[in-house]
Design a protein around this ligand. Structure first.
Ligand code: PEP
Ligand code: MG
Length: 321
């Protein structure tokens, strides 16, 4: 189990893009799906996936996990991920453009098809829905309103679903992180998407190699936001996890534990290594490390400090790098 030396349990979930990856998470010792990136259903098909395509994909994943959580993120299209039909629609600033939940809220028929399938699949297990790139309360309310509309349609058609399916959001824009206390009042859980949170907070395109040295989860701006989001989530008593790459990087695990995170969604191949790291530390030492890191002002010093600490705990992980 992913339990620290002083007995604190950590929930390790997996991140997937395709249903066939679900088995891999079980093999690697994960206990559910923390992030299912459903947009991949759209990327490789010439036609838009039907409700049945969605439903079959979700059911295949849920079957693997029975009573373990399966967090289905609604499609995160736009930016660098296009449907076949939108491949040639170019925007001047696609990462700041019609992406993700914004795209869904302007393409309601497509969005409703997906939500209908998620709701239908919700009766087969512990299914939770998650909206990506929420950047304001208004957007969350709109998305929830569409979900309610779809529930009403299902009621009219006499189709079963879980009316209490938890509804969460990704915290991956600075505005969401900074208004987490407000958003927490209207959703059931948060999952922090550090990949985008870093990109938008530090104004560094996550896919641009020319600025990749500026992209870092060790920046005090990011650590400050993580601390504030977990504080707000705990205060509102809602679940909070980290599903960005940061959770899969051994140098950040002790810091995340020390900040109070207890649920991570990882790239499946990283589950055993991160579990080993968790089993090698105490929460007390992680709390101590987080306290020290919060007093360091420079990203360079933070990353060096974190690497040295992780090397001491698990030298073999870094020898391979
Ligand atoms: C993230 O932004 O951290 C995230 C997990 O979402 P994606 O990488 O799919 O944008
Ligand atoms: Mg993201």
């Amino acid at each position: 189990d992913a339990v620290t030396r002083d007995g604190v349990a950590v929930q390790l979930l997996g991140t997937i893009e395709f249903p066939h990856e679900a088995e891999m998470i079980v093999d690697r010792g994960g206990h559910g799906i923390g992030l299912y990136r459903t947009e991949f259903l759209y990327l490789y098909s010439q036609t838009e996936p039907t409700e049945e395509d969605h439903y079959n994909a979700y059911s295949e994943v849920i079957r693997v996990f029975s009573d373990m959580p399966v967090v289905i993120r609604t499609m995160d299209l736009g930016a660098d991920k296009f449907t076949q039909s939108r491949r040639f629609v170019r925007e001047p600033n696609p990462f700041l453009g019609l992406r993700s939940i914004r795209f869904c809220l302007q393409n309601l028929a497509m969005f409703k098809t997906q939500l209908r399938a998620i709701l239908r699949a919700s009766i087969h297990g512990d299914v939770r829905v998650m909206f990506p790139l929420i950047s304001s309360l208004h957007e969350l309310r709109q998305a929830k309103m569409i979900l309610r509309d779809v529930m009403e349609d299902l009621d009219e058609d006499g189709i079963e679903y879980n009316p209490n399916m938890p509804v969460g959001i990704m915290i991956e824009t600075p505005s969401a992180a900074l208004t987490a206390s407000i958003l927490a009042g209207e959703c059931d859980f948060f999952s922090i998407g550090t990949n985008d949170l870093i990109q938008y907070t530090l104004a560094v395109d996550r896919g641009n190699e020319r600025v990749s040295t500026l992209y870092s989860g060790a920046d005090p701006a990011i650590i400050g936001l993580l601390r504030s989001v977990i504080h707000d989530a705990n205060k509102a008593r809602i679940g909070v996890s980290v599903c960005g790459e940061m959770a899969s990087e051994p140098e950040f695990v002790m810091l995340l534990l020390g900040l109070g995170f207890r649920t991570f969604s990882l790239a499946p191949p990283m589950i055993p290594e991160i579990k080993k790291l968790i089993r090698s530390v105490t929460i007390e030492s992680c709390n101590d490390l987080a306290r020290k890191v919060l007093m360091i002002n420079s990203e360079r010093e933070v990353i060096n400090y974190l690497r040295n600490a992780a090397i001491k705990v698990l030298p073999e992980v870094f020898k391979r790098k």
